[in-house]
Design a protein around this ligand. Structure first.
Ligand SMILES: *Cc1c(COP(=O)(O)O)cnc(C)c1O
Length: 232
């Protein structure tokens, strides 16, 4: 057997540590650890890093940039990886999303949902989607405002080929646990209005405790697994 590279060893250690932290935070906040999934965000990282994480037991990966993601999906097609798209969506690229991913977290308009619905191959299970909420109401961020949510949920619920699983947010950077919790709490309240949803996609490397405290069911963690990114 080849000796694992230092990077592969670090990735495996990081995943073990994060799983321990998830278990600990779940205990602190009265959550069940099995209700919080870890999505490894591998944007800008090579396929070899993903393979190392997979060998350490991580099977769900999130990517932001479509072409980069498609290249890695192809390179790693022998592995039973579940691919999640978490980046900005161009409407002329929805077919590749519908054909290659299990989840899309960043749906932010009806047009995108309609295209994903029409383009999901019938041979595949329904595409899981989350609606991205602009929870901190920043002009620079994509995502819908909470007051648009009701009508969008109604329309999306009628579409075949896609399954509305929940809500996703990338909040503005907040300092301190309480400030982070206050933002995530708004997401939890919003989701609680929709019993058909089961997924709250929130929490990144810097705010995972707050996200677990406020009901996250899916953490999107990049830096804490793979190390800092050189490029965004
Ligand atoms: C990059 C990214 C992450 C991971 O962020 P880290 O701070 O590296 O953990 C999570 N979600 C989205 C949407 C991202 O673009």
């Amino acid at each position: 057997m080849n000796k694992p590279s230092d990077q592969a060893t670090n990735i495996a250690k990081n995943i073990t540590q994060i799983q321990k932290n998830i278990a600990l935070f779940c205990q602190t906040y009265g959550r069940r650890a099995e209700d919080v999934q870890l999505l490894a965000v591998s944007k800008t990282k090579p396929a070899s890093d993903i393979q190392a994480a997979f060998e350490a037991g991580q099977a769900q990966f999130g990517e932001n940039y479509l072409q980069e993601a498609l290249d890695k999906i192809k390179q790693l097609q022998a592995l039973p990886i579940e691919w999640h798209f978490i980046g900005a969506i161009q409407s002329n690229k929805t077919r590749e999303l519908a054909e290659n991913f299990s989840w899309v977290h960043s749906v932010d308009r009806l047009k995108i949902a309609r295209r994903l619905s029409a383009q999901r191959p019938p041979s595949l299970a329904a595409l899981n989607i989350c609606l991205q909420i602009n929870i901190s109401q920043e002009d620079s961020k994509s995502g819908i405002n909470l007051d648009q949510l009701d009508s969008l949920v109604d329309e999306i619920s009628t579409l075949h080929g896609i399954k509305l699983r929940g809500l996703m947010a990338i909040p503005e950077k907040a300092c301190g646990l309480n400030a982070q919790r206050a933002i995530f709490a708004k997401m939890q309240q919003a989701m609680n209005k929709y019993p058909q949803m089961d997924t709250l996609s929130m929490g990144m490397s810097a705010d995972m405790e707050a996200a677990i405290a406020e009901g996250s069911t899916l953490l999107r963690i990049g830096t804490a697994i793979f190390g800092a990114r050189n490029i965004t």
